[in-house]
Design a protein around this ligand. Structure first.
Ligand code: AMP
Length: 145
């Protein structure tokens, strides 16, 4: 699957949205859901996805979804900053396999960065400890405003 293709309602994020697969939830409103990345590139790596979407990537997304989605990304990124006090944050998004995309439901990555701490590779880090993810999610959720 790459830039062109059909939305697969069986993708893991669609399952998370339907409650068919587990996730460590950070935040949810009418438009977006945020949860912890289980293969984090850094401590606090959080994903934000649109709830009402069958776009596999940013290029396919309907304009009416983009505004609320980006507001959600900013809201969660501010909470990540407030909770974890990183030195910087990467906000990124991949389109197509050649770019590194592995899950074909549009999503944004929020990745805190600390000086002197190298970023783990995209999709190559190990699975996070679930208890640690739950603690981080609670810390971030407490800072959503
Ligand atoms: P991308 O490669 O941009 O499509 O990003 C997909 C991201 O989803 C990767 O960073 C994965 O670590 C993450 N991921 C895959 N499966 C899950 C899952 N079940 N829960 C949370 N994050 C996941």
């Amino acid at each position: 699957m790459s830039l062109d293709g059909t939305y697969d309602a069986g993708n893991i994020f669609a399952k998370i949205l339907r409650g068919e697969a587990p996730s460590v939830r950070v935040f949810e409103d009418e438009h977006v859901m945020a949860f912890m990345d289980v293969f984090p590139q850094a401590r606090g790596h959080t994903l934000v996805i649109p709830k009402h979407s069958t776009a596999r990537n940013f290029l396919e997304e309907e304009p009416r979804v983009i505004g609320p989605l980006m507001l959600g990304v900013q809201r969660v990124a501010r909470a990540v900053r407030a909770a974890l006090e990183p030195d910087g944050l990467v906000i990124t998004q991949f389109n197509g396999a050649a770019s590194g995309q592995t899950v074909y439901h549009l999503h944004f990555h929020i990745i805190p960065r600390w000086e002197g701490q190298p970023l783990k590779g995209h999709g190559v880090g190990g699975m996070a400890d679930m208890d640690e993810l739950k603690t981080l999610a609670a810390q971030i959720a407490a800072k959503i405003s």
